[in-house]
Design a protein around this ligand. Structure first.
Ligand SMILES: [Zn+2]
Length: 274
């Protein structure tokens, strides 16, 4: 009897999980372009397109929404004809793209940044009412007990997260508790860098890279790690090995967020993946 009950329960959980996977949607937002800081080293390694895409993503789950990353230029500075700031150019606001599919920033339940860098976090303050999902060492870098003499580039644009409802993470984290949307701890580029695994019913598993990789050549060329010196190269190598194993295990696609050519082929919101 007890065995039958357990079987019934596990079947119920399985069907709940399948139902959730069926209804999970992944939207891709165009948050502009970024020029490479040092294209010469990239061109030397055969990277012919050195400009990078900047994207944000919305995951819509029956139990709530998760915004992944927040762009490179704050919406308030984005003019209809486009705005360029340093190496970045943006033509469309994140808020406008969310509004087109019926969401206000206050509707967003969870905010997770792959990492704190300015090209992933420019609109973070607009989502300070969400629950912030952040790795413990990343938050420690962003809000140290003693503020640094020189603030981190872009810090004013995520400063309001300090008072957000916050879920501090110590590793991988299953956001909705059913395995469909899982934050994968991938430190190295920054101390609490993270990636996102989304299990979609039709599309299959997709892993959003954050800045674990910037260009596909970093996967194919041995020892080509043009950004490793920005962070902790040993940690970054371990995170890459972890992700490559996960991609195999889950038969997942890797979406390199900064890969302009691959990003150009993705459906953009209001279209979505499911
Ligand atoms: Zn980046």
């Amino acid at each position: 009897m007890r065995r039958r009950l357990a079987l019934t329960l596990s079947l119920a959980m399985l069907s709940a999980c399948t139902a959730a996977a069926q209804s999970v949607r992944l939207y891709v937002f165009d948050c502009g372009r970024l020029k490479a800081a040092n294209p010469a080293v990239l061109l030397d390694h055969g990277v012919t397109t050195t400009d990078m895409s900047v994207s944000a993503y919305l995951i819509v789950h029956p139990r709530g929404t998760l915004l992944w990353d927040a762009g490179v230029i704050p919406d308030a500075l984005v003019k209809p004809e486009g705005t360029t700031e340093a190496r970045a150019t943006v033509h469309t606001t994140l808020k406008g793209q969310l509004a087109k599919i019926g969401y206000e920033p206050s509707d967003i339940k969870y905010l997770a940044l792959s990492h704190n860098h300015y090209d992933h976090s420019a609109n973070a303050n607009a989502f300070a009412s969400a629950t912030w999902l952040v790795q413990r060492p990343e938050r420690a870098v962003m809000f140290p007990a003693t503020p640094p003499a020189t603030p981190i580039n872009g810090a004013a644009r995520w400063s309001e997260l300090k008072n957000s409802k916050t879920k501090i993470l110590d590793g991988d984290y299953d956001v909705f508790g059913d395995g469909t949307v899982v934050i994968i701890s991938t430190p190295g580029h920054t101390p609490g860098h993270q990636s996102l695994l989304v299990n979609l019913k039709k599309t299959g598993a997709v892993l959003l890279s954050g800045d674990l990789y910037h260009y596909p050549a970093e996967r194919t060329l041995k020892d080509f790690t043009p950004f490793a010196s920005l962070g902790n190269p040993r940690q970054e190598a371990a995170s890459k090995a972890k992700v490559e194993a996960l991609l195999k295990e889950k038969h997942a696609q890797l979406w390199i967020q900064h890969d302009l050519l691959a990003d150009a082929k993705l459906k953009k919101s209001p279209a979505f993946y499911q």
